[in-house]
Structures are given as C-alpha cells and as structure tokens.
Write a protein that binds this ligand. Structure first.
Ligand code: ADP
Ligand code: MG
Ligand code: MG
Length: 252
C-alpha cells in the first residue's frame, strides 16, 4: 500500500526527515510515535503533498505508483485521506454541503455515480449511527467555532464517508479529552478492513488504549529508530522517549 524509502525532507533550509523508511501493507494499522519536533507532522505533510516540504532524496510509492509525482488532489482521489492536527475552518459553507461535495468528487474519480441530497442524507445518517454521533454538526459551517472534540467528530465522519484506502491521522499532542480519543478510535476501528491501511500519528500512548495497532514505530531525529508490536507503545509510556535515545547511544 505505502512504501517510504530513505526519505529525506528539507523544510525552510533545514533537513527534518533524514532517511525515513516505512512499509505499510493493506489491512494494517500502524502507529507512529515520537517526541515533539521529531518530524511526525512533517511526514504527514509530505504525504499530503504540501509544497514547502521539499523531498531531497528517497521515494514514496503508493499502490505501486510514485506518490510524490501526484498532485495533492489526485492523491485524495486515489484514496488517501489526511486528517491534520489543525483542520481548516470554512465559515459560510454549510457542513452537509461540504461533505456531499467532497464525497461526490471522490465518487466521480472512482467512476461511481454522484449521490443526490436525499441519497447522501441517508448515507450520512447511517454513518452517524455507526459512530454514535448526532446530526447537529451537519447544520454548522465547516469547522467554524468547532471545539476540539467537534472537529474530531467531523473529521472522523468525513473519513468514514470517503472510505479511503489509506488514512493518515495526525493527532494533536495535547488537548483531546478521552471522549474525543474514543471517537477517533471508533472511526479507525470501524474502518479497519483487509483492503485498507491506516497510519495513526500520535505523541501519546493514550490513544492506543482504544486502537490496536499492528505495528508501532518510534520516530527520532528524522528517522524511524525502533519498530515493534503494540507492547512497544506501553514500554514507551513507562520508560519515556529518553529510553529509546539512550539505547541508540549505547548501540553507537
Ligand atoms: P512533530 O510533529 O514530530 O512534533 P514536526 O514535523 O511538526 O514534528 O516538526 C519537526 C521539525 O521541523 C521542528 O523542528 C519544526 O520546527 C520544523 N518544522 C516543521 N514544519 C516547519 C515549517 N513549515 N517551517 C519551519 N520549520 C518547520
Ligand atoms: Mg509537534
Ligand atoms: Mg506534529
């Protein structure tokens, strides 16, 4: 599904990713952890195609194609969903309208028929029910004045509507309460399927109390320095990131 090889990325003249390798197969959920400033969000932005993040070396392959050669909107059409730490507000645009447009653009790219408002509302109500959410967010403007928890709900609703092949969630390092974490987890767990892969980026182990990742990676100094199963996340929580750093220094 996703293959990142020896990725080097420069932001503002500074090398932030320094040879990152990551392989994600269909059906897998990977968690990417690491201290603040280690480059987690930089990776998600490169995968999204943000142009200020310059790839100087390495490759990213998605479903066998060179991902870096695809325009950001084409990446989305090809089934990549990206949830950012700080979602964009679009005052004046009704959320139902926005979600319907987003879904129909993707459906069109997949060669599927567009949904009319009635069919869309039926679908959105099913998804809301599965996520145990109410309809109140639909009537609001996109993210305008949303609380952290409401933004999360909206993002997860968007993700479950779009049914991506590869979902990349870059979680805030703080400020999410347990309810919001549970919503994210419910979204991820609902979408888990043999054809779909997910990369969950998080600073804290807490989120992984509700999501069972197949693989946990630790990013440090711009590359993945340790990978393991979910027990690695618990070990990190107990011992802190300093433990990884000390281990690397001893090995060097
Ligand atoms: P993380 O998500 O792991 O906390 P980031 O990827 O956000 O880390 O940041 C990694 C490093 O890159 C930090 O030193 C940060 O200041 C820098 N950085 C990231 N984005 C930018 C940017 N747009 N301009 C300048 N520096 C950036
Ligand atoms: Mg950060
Ligand atoms: Mg970050």
């Amino acid at each position: 599904m996703l293959s990142v090889k020896d990725l080097h990325v420069v932001v503002n003249g500074k090398e932030i990713l320094t040879g990152l390798n990551l392989e994600i197969k269909p059906g897998e959920i990977h968690a990417l952890m690491g201290p603040n400033g280690s480059g987690k969000s930089t990776l998600s932005k490169v995968l999204a195609g943000r142009e200020e993040y310059v790839v100087t070396e390495g490759s990213v392959t998605y479903k066998g194609q060179d991902l870096l050669a695809l325009a950001p909107e084409v990446r989305a059409q090809q089934g990549i969903f990206m949830a950012f730490q700080y979602p964009v507000e679009i005052p004046g645009v009704n959320n139902t309208y926005f979600l319907q447009m987003a879904l129909n653009a993707i459906r069109k790219a997949r060669g599927e028929a567009e949904l009319n408002s009635l069919a869309f509302m039926r679908l959105v109500r099913d998804k809301l029910k599965a996520l145990e959410m109410d309809e109140s967010l639909l009537k609001r403007y996109v993210n305008a004045g949303f609380s952290g928890g409401e933004m999360k709900r909206n993002e997860i609703l968007q993700m479950t509507l779009l049914e991506p092949s590869l979902a990349i969630l870059d979680e805030t390092d703080s400020g999410l309460d347990i309810d919001a974490l549970k919503i994210v987890a419910r979204g991820v767990n609902t979408l888990r399927s043999p054809e779909r892969a997910m990369l969950v980026i998080t600073h804290y182990q807490r989120l992984l109390d509700y999501i069972e990742p197949d693989v946990v990676h630790v990013l440090s100094g711009g590359k993945i320095v340790m990978s393991g199963d979910k027990s690695l996340a618990l070990e990190l929580e107990a011992k802190g990131y300093g433990w990884v750093q000390d281990g690397l220094e001893q090995a060097a």
